[in-house]
Write a protein that binds this ligand. Structure first.
Ligand code: GLU
Length: 423
């Protein structure tokens, strides 16, 4: 029986959840009270009204946000989300998670996030461009290659990044590719950035499989979400020998216990806009997908999909969070007690921002690397972050999320302490 989680999910505030995850680890790492209070709040919040000329000729007012959570370790970094359900609290939570994520993989960035309340699926290309350019212009007072560097997130694409780069550059009067990452290759993008989130997820899942002694070949994987993260995860994991048994997108999913033909699913998605209707499997809904029989579950869509109600029925041995914030704190506890290893978002999806960092470095140096080199450097960073996380979780007898937070928050706290308070 499919469980309707929407009421449960709506009542959970994602910003409170992010703060609680920080609070949960404060005692464990002996976090100084003053620094704890400092890290619980975002450094800067910008709310903008974005007037956009629609195809009808009329103006439509959109609302957008850019939140910078912390810059103690370097410029703020994080994506921009275009989605009808964007809220300020969500953007604040996502910004805080970016701070921990960048610290965990040890790249010299703080955390930020942006969001615009809009439904890109119902907008024309021209309307999307107008929206992107005006939003960029409105937030240009706080972004820049040394200040805050946006990137793709849910429903934003390399083309959108190119418009951001162009708008910012036109305002300043010269090309500034380092203001945004996830750009197309032709305007200073990096090889490997498109698949980086999925590749990072593949690497840490591989480490977890090895640690738990589960063979990769034929291991069954269910993936919720078929965008930037989920689609490439399906492709890369299938290539690596996993058996993808279920996939889904916002309209629903498709499952086959014998394994799905991923190239076929991708072609079907490109043709019809959804994985639903692919004939090589049975129809499945998004709630049932999470409980599907598999070794690895990859939530790669939105927040708060694993709650107290469905956590007892998750059958995977590893949950690799390609999405940001898919597991609520109560569910984390249940999964840990049940011996399921959760690879937390700040670890499992950190591959995206890691290659964003490589892109930024290449832009600043005007010197571009080969894809092999990028993937090798990515693997190094992901493997080290996995090992440090696992080591903390073993040492303190805690789950992997707290292990990752212990590493990440300690790094940010140390930078904050060393810099001291201005003035
Ligand atoms: N939006 C991605 C994330 O949540 C990537 C951010 C970036 O590359 O800056 O990690």
């Amino acid at each position: 029986m499919a469980l309707d989680l929407s009421a449960v999910q709506a009542s959970e505030n994602v910003w409170k959840m992010a703060q609680r995850q920080l609070d949960d680890v404060a005692g464990l790492i002996g976090l100084n009270d003053s620094i704890h209070g400092y890290l619980r709040e975002p450094k800067r919040v910008l709310e903008v009204s974005v007037p956009v000329r629609m195809d009808s000729g009329k103006f439509h007012m959109f609302k957008g946000y850019r939140v910078q959570h912390n810059m103690s370790r370097g410029p703020a970094k994080g994506g921009i989300r275009f989605h009808p359900d964007v809220t300020l609290d969500e953007v604040k939570a996502l910004a805080m998670w970016m701070t921990w994520k960048c610290a965990l993989v040890n790249i010299p960035f703080g955390g930020a996030k942006g969001g615009v309340i809009c439904d890109p699926k119902s907008m024309s290309e021209q309307e999307l461009e107008n929206l992107t350019r005006r939003f960029t212009s409105e937030i240009s007072v706080i972004i820049g290659p040394e200040k805050d560097i946006p990137a793709p997130d849910v429903y934003t694409t390399p083309q959108i990044m190119a418009w951001i780069m162009d708008t910012f550059s036109m305002q300043k009067g010269y090309s500034i590719p380092g203001v945004v990452t996830g750009k197309p290759l032709a305007v200073g993008g990096s090889l490997g950035r498109d698949k980086a989130t999925a590749r990072g997820c593949l690497y840490v899942t591989g480490e977890a499989m090895q640690t738990l002694g589960i063979p990769v070949y034929g291991a069954r994987v269910a993936i919720q979400g078929f965008g930037n993260a989920g689609m490439y995860a399906a492709e890369l994991m299938a290539e690596a020998g996993y058996k993808i048994v279920a996939v889904s997108d916002s309209r629903g999913g498709v499952a086959n216990p014998k394994g799905l033909d991923i190239a076929g699913v991708v072609a079907h998605k490109k043709e019809t806009g959804s994985v639903v209707g692919f004939t090589g499997g049975e129809r499945i809904d998004n709630h049932d997908l999470l409980e599907y029989d598999c070794e690895v579950l990859v939530p790669a869509a939105l927040e708060k999909v694993i709650a107290r109600e469905n956590a007892p029925r998750i059958r995977a041995k590893i949950v690799a969070e390609a999405a940001n914030g898919p597991t609520l704190p109560e569910a984390d506890k249940i999964l840990h007690e049940r011996g399921i290893m959760v690879l937390p978002d700040i670890l499992a999806n950190a591959g995206g921002v890691t290659v964003s960092y490589f892109e930024w470095v290449q832009d600043l140096q005007e010197n571009f690397w080969e894809e092999d080199e990028i993937n090798q450097r990515l693997r190094q960073k992901m493997t080290r972050a996995f090992k440090e996380t696992y080591e903390q979780s073993q040492r303190h007898g805690i789950d992997m999320r707290r292990g990752a937070y212990a590493v990440a928050v300690s790094r940010v706290a140390e930078a904050t302490r060393l810099r001291g308070l201005y003035p």
